[in-house]
Design a protein around this ligand. Structure first.
Ligand code: SF4
Ligand code: SF4
Length: 371
Protein backbone atom coordinates (compact mmCIF):
# COMPACT_ATOMS: atom_id res chain seq x y z
CA UNK A 1 0.00 0.00 0.00
CA UNK A 2 1.11 3.57 -0.57
CA UNK A 3 -0.33 6.86 0.63
CA UNK A 4 -1.30 9.60 -1.88
CA UNK A 5 1.84 11.51 -0.84
CA UNK A 6 3.96 8.62 -2.17
CA UNK A 7 2.87 9.52 -5.71
CA UNK A 8 5.38 12.36 -5.49
CA UNK A 9 8.09 9.78 -4.77
CA UNK A 10 6.83 7.69 -7.70
CA UNK A 11 7.13 10.61 -10.14
CA UNK A 12 10.49 11.60 -8.64
CA UNK A 13 11.88 8.06 -8.77
CA UNK A 14 10.88 7.62 -12.40
CA UNK A 15 12.30 11.03 -13.35
CA UNK A 16 15.47 10.16 -11.43
CA UNK A 17 15.79 6.99 -13.46
CA UNK A 18 15.80 9.05 -16.64
CA UNK A 19 12.22 8.59 -17.75
CA UNK A 20 10.08 11.24 -19.39
CA UNK A 21 7.06 10.95 -17.07
CA UNK A 22 3.68 11.54 -18.70
CA UNK A 23 0.28 11.25 -17.11
CA UNK A 24 -3.12 12.87 -16.65
CA UNK A 25 -3.48 16.58 -16.00
CA UNK A 26 -6.12 19.23 -16.49
CA UNK A 27 -5.60 21.33 -19.60
CA UNK A 28 -7.87 22.96 -22.18
CA UNK A 29 -10.98 22.10 -20.16
CA UNK A 30 -10.28 18.36 -20.18
CA UNK A 31 -8.19 15.69 -18.51
CA UNK A 32 -5.45 15.08 -21.06
CA UNK A 33 -2.06 13.36 -21.00
CA UNK A 34 1.05 15.49 -20.74
CA UNK A 35 4.44 15.81 -19.05
CA UNK A 36 4.31 15.53 -15.25
CA UNK A 37 6.92 17.53 -13.34
CA UNK A 38 5.34 16.54 -10.04
CA UNK A 39 2.43 14.50 -8.65
CA UNK A 40 0.84 17.89 -7.94
CA UNK A 41 0.10 18.04 -11.68
CA UNK A 42 -2.36 15.12 -11.39
CA UNK A 43 -6.08 16.03 -11.67
CA UNK A 44 -6.67 16.03 -7.91
CA UNK A 45 -10.36 16.35 -7.10
CA UNK A 46 -11.53 16.41 -10.73
CA UNK A 47 -13.86 14.12 -12.60
CA UNK A 48 -15.56 14.23 -15.98
CA UNK A 49 -19.09 13.76 -17.21
CA UNK A 50 -19.29 12.08 -20.58
CA UNK A 51 -22.11 11.28 -22.96
CA UNK A 52 -22.44 11.16 -26.73
CA UNK A 53 -20.92 14.42 -28.02
CA UNK A 54 -20.62 15.70 -24.44
CA UNK A 55 -17.61 16.14 -22.16
CA UNK A 56 -17.54 18.31 -19.08
CA UNK A 57 -15.16 18.59 -16.11
CA UNK A 58 -16.63 18.68 -12.62
CA UNK A 59 -15.21 18.99 -9.14
CA UNK A 60 -15.28 15.86 -6.97
CA UNK A 61 -16.05 15.90 -3.27
CA UNK A 62 -12.80 14.07 -2.50
CA UNK A 63 -9.16 14.36 -3.50
CA UNK A 64 -9.06 11.38 -5.87
CA UNK A 65 -6.17 11.61 -8.32
CA UNK A 66 -7.65 9.18 -10.84
CA UNK A 67 -11.41 9.74 -10.43
CA UNK A 68 -12.22 10.23 -14.11
CA UNK A 69 -12.72 8.15 -17.27
CA UNK A 70 -10.64 8.08 -20.46
CA UNK A 71 -10.37 11.56 -21.95
CA UNK A 72 -9.68 12.85 -25.47
CA UNK A 73 -6.02 11.82 -25.44
CA UNK A 74 -4.70 8.29 -25.61
CA UNK A 75 -1.19 6.93 -25.13
CA UNK A 76 -0.81 6.41 -28.88
CA UNK A 77 0.23 10.05 -29.20
CA UNK A 78 3.43 9.13 -27.31
CA UNK A 79 4.09 5.66 -28.76
CA UNK A 80 2.88 6.48 -32.29
CA UNK A 81 3.19 10.29 -32.49
CA UNK A 82 0.93 12.24 -34.85
CA UNK A 83 3.94 13.44 -36.85
CA UNK A 84 7.53 12.24 -37.09
CA UNK A 85 10.31 12.80 -39.61
CA UNK A 86 11.33 9.56 -41.32
CA UNK A 87 14.38 10.84 -43.18
CA UNK A 88 16.08 13.96 -44.47
CA UNK A 89 18.11 14.35 -47.65
CA UNK A 90 20.52 17.24 -48.28
CA UNK A 91 22.27 18.17 -51.50
CA UNK A 92 26.02 17.71 -51.37
CA UNK A 93 28.51 20.21 -52.84
CA UNK A 94 30.07 17.61 -55.11
CA UNK A 95 26.66 16.53 -56.41
CA UNK A 96 24.16 13.95 -55.27
CA UNK A 97 22.35 13.77 -51.92
CA UNK A 98 23.19 12.56 -48.43
CA UNK A 99 20.24 10.76 -46.86
CA UNK A 100 19.99 10.64 -43.09
CA UNK A 101 17.41 8.34 -41.48
CA UNK A 102 15.80 9.80 -38.35
CA UNK A 103 16.78 7.96 -35.18
CA UNK A 104 14.66 7.87 -32.06
CA UNK A 105 16.83 9.46 -29.37
CA UNK A 106 14.29 10.66 -26.80
CA UNK A 107 14.18 9.66 -23.12
CA UNK A 108 12.25 6.45 -22.39
CA UNK A 109 8.62 6.98 -21.47
CA UNK A 110 6.98 6.34 -18.10
CA UNK A 111 3.21 6.32 -18.56
CA UNK A 112 1.24 6.98 -15.38
CA UNK A 113 -2.49 6.31 -15.22
CA UNK A 114 -2.93 3.72 -17.97
CA UNK A 115 -6.41 2.21 -17.78
CA UNK A 116 -7.14 -1.47 -18.41
CA UNK A 117 -8.80 -0.70 -21.77
CA UNK A 118 -5.71 1.32 -22.70
CA UNK A 119 -3.38 -1.57 -21.85
CA UNK A 120 -5.42 -3.65 -24.29
CA UNK A 121 -5.19 -0.85 -26.86
CA UNK A 122 -1.39 -0.77 -26.50
CA UNK A 123 -1.31 -4.58 -26.88
CA UNK A 124 -3.36 -4.22 -30.07
CA UNK A 125 -0.99 -1.59 -31.48
CA UNK A 126 1.93 -3.85 -30.48
CA UNK A 127 0.46 -6.54 -32.73
CA UNK A 128 -0.07 -4.04 -35.55
CA UNK A 129 3.39 -2.45 -35.40
CA UNK A 130 5.59 -5.21 -34.00
CA UNK A 131 3.85 -8.41 -35.07
CA UNK A 132 4.60 -10.01 -38.43
CA UNK A 133 7.74 -9.89 -40.49
CA UNK A 134 8.41 -6.13 -40.29
CA UNK A 135 8.49 -4.16 -37.04
CA UNK A 136 7.81 -0.44 -37.16
CA UNK A 137 11.18 0.97 -36.10
CA UNK A 138 10.09 4.17 -34.37
CA UNK A 139 7.22 2.49 -32.48
CA UNK A 140 9.52 -0.33 -31.38
CA UNK A 141 12.05 2.13 -29.96
CA UNK A 142 9.42 4.10 -28.04
CA UNK A 143 7.66 0.98 -26.77
CA UNK A 144 10.68 -1.04 -25.79
CA UNK A 145 11.86 1.13 -22.92
CA UNK A 146 8.45 2.28 -21.66
CA UNK A 147 7.51 1.89 -17.99
CA UNK A 148 3.77 1.48 -17.43
CA UNK A 149 1.87 2.42 -14.28
CA UNK A 150 -1.68 1.15 -14.71
CA UNK A 151 -4.60 2.47 -12.67
CA UNK A 152 -7.71 0.36 -12.18
CA UNK A 153 -10.98 2.15 -12.81
CA UNK A 154 -13.44 3.00 -10.08
CA UNK A 155 -15.27 5.82 -11.91
CA UNK A 156 -16.38 4.67 -15.38
CA UNK A 157 -17.65 7.23 -17.88
CA UNK A 158 -21.07 7.45 -19.47
CA UNK A 159 -19.71 6.13 -22.76
CA UNK A 160 -17.50 3.29 -21.39
CA UNK A 161 -18.20 -0.33 -22.33
CA UNK A 162 -14.97 -2.18 -21.48
CA UNK A 163 -16.89 -4.93 -19.65
CA UNK A 164 -18.63 -5.84 -22.93
CA UNK A 165 -15.26 -5.95 -24.71
CA UNK A 166 -13.63 -7.94 -21.86
CA UNK A 167 -10.89 -5.31 -21.54
CA UNK A 168 -11.56 -3.85 -18.08
CA UNK A 169 -12.07 -2.30 -15.63
CA UNK A 170 -9.17 -4.19 -13.95
CA UNK A 171 -5.69 -4.29 -15.42
CA UNK A 172 -4.55 -7.89 -15.70
CA UNK A 173 -1.25 -7.74 -17.63
CA UNK A 174 1.04 -5.43 -19.55
CA UNK A 175 2.04 -3.16 -16.65
CA UNK A 176 5.05 -2.66 -14.40
CA UNK A 177 2.95 -1.37 -11.51
CA UNK A 178 -0.84 -1.26 -11.12
CA UNK A 179 -2.58 1.06 -8.66
CA UNK A 180 -6.08 0.81 -7.23
CA UNK A 181 -7.19 4.04 -5.59
CA UNK A 182 -9.24 3.45 -2.43
CA UNK A 183 -11.43 6.24 -1.07
CA UNK A 184 -13.40 4.53 1.71
CA UNK A 185 -12.27 6.80 4.51
CA UNK A 186 -8.49 6.52 4.42
CA UNK A 187 -7.26 7.62 1.03
CA UNK A 188 -4.69 5.05 -0.13
CA UNK A 189 -3.49 3.02 -3.10
CA UNK A 190 -3.11 -0.72 -3.45
CA UNK A 191 -0.03 -1.40 -5.59
CA UNK A 192 0.40 -4.59 -7.63
CA UNK A 193 3.75 -5.44 -9.18
CA UNK A 194 3.88 -6.67 -12.78
CA UNK A 195 7.61 -6.75 -13.56
CA UNK A 196 11.10 -6.73 -12.07
CA UNK A 197 11.46 -3.03 -12.89
CA UNK A 198 8.14 -2.41 -11.18
CA UNK A 199 9.35 -4.16 -8.03
CA UNK A 200 12.52 -2.05 -8.06
CA UNK A 201 10.59 1.19 -8.33
CA UNK A 202 8.12 0.15 -5.61
CA UNK A 203 11.14 -0.63 -3.42
CA UNK A 204 12.08 3.05 -3.58
CA UNK A 205 8.67 4.27 -2.39
CA UNK A 206 7.40 4.55 1.20
CA UNK A 207 5.00 1.59 1.37
CA UNK A 208 3.49 -0.95 3.71
CA UNK A 209 1.98 -4.40 3.30
CA UNK A 210 -1.67 -4.63 2.31
CA UNK A 211 -4.17 -6.02 4.82
CA UNK A 212 -7.10 -8.23 3.80
CA UNK A 213 -9.40 -5.21 4.27
CA UNK A 214 -7.33 -3.26 1.72
CA UNK A 215 -7.68 -6.04 -0.85
CA UNK A 216 -11.43 -6.21 -0.26
CA UNK A 217 -11.80 -2.44 -0.59
CA UNK A 218 -9.81 -2.43 -3.84
CA UNK A 219 -11.90 -5.24 -5.29
CA UNK A 220 -15.11 -3.48 -4.25
CA UNK A 221 -13.98 -0.31 -6.05
CA UNK A 222 -13.31 -2.24 -9.27
CA UNK A 223 -16.54 -4.27 -8.99
CA UNK A 224 -18.45 -1.02 -8.56
CA UNK A 225 -16.97 0.30 -11.79
CA UNK A 226 -17.94 -2.87 -13.65
CA UNK A 227 -21.53 -2.47 -12.47
CA UNK A 228 -21.76 1.17 -13.58
CA UNK A 229 -20.66 0.93 -17.21
CA UNK A 230 -22.28 3.69 -19.26
CA UNK A 231 -22.85 1.48 -22.31
CA UNK A 232 -23.09 -2.21 -23.22
CA UNK A 233 -22.47 -3.97 -26.50
CA UNK A 234 -23.57 -7.43 -27.59
CA UNK A 235 -20.41 -8.77 -29.26
CA UNK A 236 -21.78 -12.25 -30.05
CA UNK A 237 -21.07 -13.15 -33.70
CA UNK A 238 -20.27 -9.51 -34.43
CA UNK A 239 -17.80 -10.25 -37.22
CA UNK A 240 -20.37 -12.31 -39.13
CA UNK A 241 -23.09 -9.80 -38.34
CA UNK A 242 -21.09 -7.05 -40.03
CA UNK A 243 -20.14 -9.25 -42.97
CA UNK A 244 -23.83 -10.06 -43.59
CA UNK A 245 -25.24 -6.53 -43.27
CA UNK A 246 -23.15 -4.60 -45.77
CA UNK A 247 -26.27 -3.36 -47.57
CA UNK A 248 -28.33 -2.63 -44.43
CA UNK A 249 -30.24 0.69 -44.74
CA UNK A 250 -28.66 1.82 -41.47
CA UNK A 251 -25.47 2.66 -43.38
CA UNK A 252 -27.40 5.33 -45.30
CA UNK A 253 -28.91 6.60 -42.09
CA UNK A 254 -25.58 6.94 -40.28
CA UNK A 255 -24.00 8.48 -43.40
CA UNK A 256 -26.67 11.20 -43.32
CA UNK A 257 -25.43 12.18 -39.82
CA UNK A 258 -21.69 11.53 -40.14
CA UNK A 259 -19.55 14.58 -41.00
CA UNK A 260 -16.61 12.34 -42.05
CA UNK A 261 -14.49 14.57 -39.81
CA UNK A 262 -12.33 11.67 -38.61
CA UNK A 263 -12.53 12.70 -34.91
CA UNK A 264 -13.44 9.13 -33.97
CA UNK A 265 -10.25 7.80 -35.56
CA UNK A 266 -8.04 10.49 -34.00
CA UNK A 267 -9.25 9.76 -30.46
CA UNK A 268 -9.42 5.97 -30.89
CA UNK A 269 -6.45 4.39 -29.09
CA UNK A 270 -6.12 1.58 -31.64
CA UNK A 271 -6.58 3.38 -34.99
CA UNK A 272 -3.23 3.38 -36.74
CA UNK A 273 -3.73 4.73 -40.29
CA UNK A 274 -0.93 7.00 -41.41
CA UNK A 275 0.35 8.64 -44.55
CA UNK A 276 3.68 10.06 -45.65
CA UNK A 277 4.38 13.56 -46.93
CA UNK A 278 7.41 14.78 -48.83
CA UNK A 279 8.51 18.28 -47.91
CA UNK A 280 11.12 20.15 -50.00
CA UNK A 281 12.79 23.45 -49.25
CA UNK A 282 12.24 26.10 -51.89
CA UNK A 283 15.92 26.21 -52.83
CA UNK A 284 16.04 22.52 -53.67
CA UNK A 285 18.82 21.92 -51.12
CA UNK A 286 16.96 19.60 -48.77
CA UNK A 287 13.97 17.29 -48.65
CA UNK A 288 12.28 15.47 -45.80
CA UNK A 289 9.70 12.75 -45.53
CA UNK A 290 7.24 12.92 -42.64
CA UNK A 291 4.81 10.32 -41.36
CA UNK A 292 1.52 11.77 -40.09
CA UNK A 293 -1.68 10.28 -38.74
CA UNK A 294 -4.32 9.75 -41.38
CA UNK A 295 -7.88 8.46 -41.21
CA UNK A 296 -10.05 6.11 -43.23
CA UNK A 297 -12.53 9.02 -43.21
CA UNK A 298 -10.30 11.06 -45.53
CA UNK A 299 -11.02 10.60 -49.23
CA UNK A 300 -7.34 10.57 -50.09
CA UNK A 301 -6.64 7.65 -47.76
CA UNK A 302 -8.43 5.34 -50.19
CA UNK A 303 -7.02 6.96 -53.32
CA UNK A 304 -5.52 4.44 -55.68
CA UNK A 305 -5.01 4.52 -59.43
CA UNK A 306 -8.00 6.26 -61.00
CA UNK A 307 -9.52 7.77 -57.83
CA UNK A 308 -10.80 6.95 -54.36
CA UNK A 309 -12.32 3.53 -53.75
CA UNK A 310 -14.45 4.98 -50.93
CA UNK A 311 -15.81 8.25 -52.31
CA UNK A 312 -18.99 8.38 -50.18
CA UNK A 313 -19.41 9.00 -46.46
CA UNK A 314 -21.45 5.81 -46.32
CA UNK A 315 -18.58 3.72 -47.62
CA UNK A 316 -16.05 5.39 -45.32
CA UNK A 317 -18.12 4.99 -42.14
CA UNK A 318 -18.89 1.39 -43.11
CA UNK A 319 -15.22 0.71 -43.70
CA UNK A 320 -14.32 2.07 -40.25
CA UNK A 321 -16.99 0.16 -38.33
CA UNK A 322 -16.64 -3.14 -40.20
CA UNK A 323 -12.85 -3.05 -39.86
CA UNK A 324 -12.84 -2.04 -36.19
CA UNK A 325 -15.31 -4.69 -35.04
CA UNK A 326 -15.15 -7.30 -37.81
CA UNK A 327 -12.29 -7.73 -40.25
CA UNK A 328 -9.77 -6.59 -37.61
CA UNK A 329 -10.35 -10.05 -36.15
CA UNK A 330 -9.26 -11.68 -39.43
CA UNK A 331 -6.26 -9.38 -39.69
CA UNK A 332 -4.96 -9.30 -36.10
CA UNK A 333 -6.87 -11.99 -34.18
CA UNK A 334 -8.73 -9.58 -31.86
CA UNK A 335 -11.36 -6.89 -32.01
CA UNK A 336 -10.00 -3.45 -32.87
CA UNK A 337 -12.20 -1.93 -30.14
CA UNK A 338 -11.43 -1.88 -26.42
CA UNK A 339 -14.65 -0.17 -25.32
CA UNK A 340 -13.07 3.11 -24.14
CA UNK A 341 -16.01 5.16 -25.45
CA UNK A 342 -13.87 8.00 -26.82
CA UNK A 343 -15.35 7.82 -30.33
CA UNK A 344 -18.84 8.30 -28.82
CA UNK A 345 -17.90 11.21 -26.58
CA UNK A 346 -15.86 13.05 -29.19
CA UNK A 347 -18.08 12.54 -32.24
CA UNK A 348 -19.43 16.06 -32.80
CA UNK A 349 -22.84 14.70 -33.81
CA UNK A 350 -23.00 11.99 -31.14
CA UNK A 351 -22.82 8.90 -33.33
CA UNK A 352 -22.62 5.95 -30.95
CA UNK A 353 -20.99 2.72 -32.14
CA UNK A 354 -22.95 0.67 -29.59
CA UNK A 355 -26.20 2.06 -30.97
CA UNK A 356 -25.20 1.57 -34.61
CA UNK A 357 -24.15 -2.02 -33.99
CA UNK A 358 -27.33 -2.78 -32.02
CA UNK A 359 -29.40 -1.44 -34.90
CA UNK A 360 -27.59 -3.62 -37.42
CA UNK A 361 -28.75 -6.62 -35.35
CA UNK A 362 -32.41 -5.72 -35.85
CA UNK A 363 -34.32 -7.00 -38.87
CA UNK A 364 -34.14 -4.23 -41.47
CA UNK A 365 -37.83 -3.24 -41.20
CA UNK A 366 -37.35 -2.48 -37.45
CA UNK A 367 -34.74 0.18 -38.14
CA UNK A 368 -36.84 3.33 -38.04
CA UNK A 369 -33.74 5.52 -38.21
CA UNK A 370 -34.81 7.52 -35.15
CA UNK A 371 -32.71 5.84 -32.50
S1 SF4 B 1 -13.83 2.23 -31.52
FE1 SF4 B 1 -14.44 3.81 -30.04
S2 SF4 B 1 -14.85 2.71 -28.12
FE2 SF4 B 1 -13.69 1.32 -29.45
S3 SF4 B 1 -11.51 1.61 -28.88
FE3 SF4 B 1 -11.93 3.03 -30.60
S4 SF4 B 1 -12.55 4.97 -29.62
FE4 SF4 B 1 -12.66 3.36 -28.03
S1 SF4 C 1 -18.63 9.13 -36.79
FE1 SF4 C 1 -18.60 11.17 -35.84
S2 SF4 C 1 -16.45 11.54 -35.30
FE2 SF4 C 1 -16.48 9.83 -36.77
S3 SF4 C 1 -16.20 10.83 -38.78
FE3 SF4 C 1 -18.42 10.67 -38.44
S4 SF4 C 1 -19.02 12.63 -37.51
FE4 SF4 C 1 -16.77 12.48 -37.32
Amino acid sequence: MIAPQALEALVGTLRGRGYRVVGPLVDQGAIVYGDLQSAEDLPKGWTDVQEAATYRLERREDEARFGYAAGPHSWKQFLFPPRIRLWRATREAEGGFAVEESEHDEAPLALIGVRACELHAIAIQDRVFLGGAYAERDYAARREGAFVVAVNCFEPGGTCFCVSMDTGPKATEGYDLALTEILDGTHRFLVEVGSKQGAEVLGELPSQSAEPADLEAAQAAIDGAAERMGRTLDTGGIRDLLASTLEHPRWDDVASRCLTCGNCTMVCPTCFCSTVEDVNDLGGEAAEQHRTWDSCFSVDHAHIHGGSIRPSGRSRYRQWLTHKFGTWQDQFGTSGCVGCGRCITWCPVGIDVTEELATLRKPEEEDDGDD
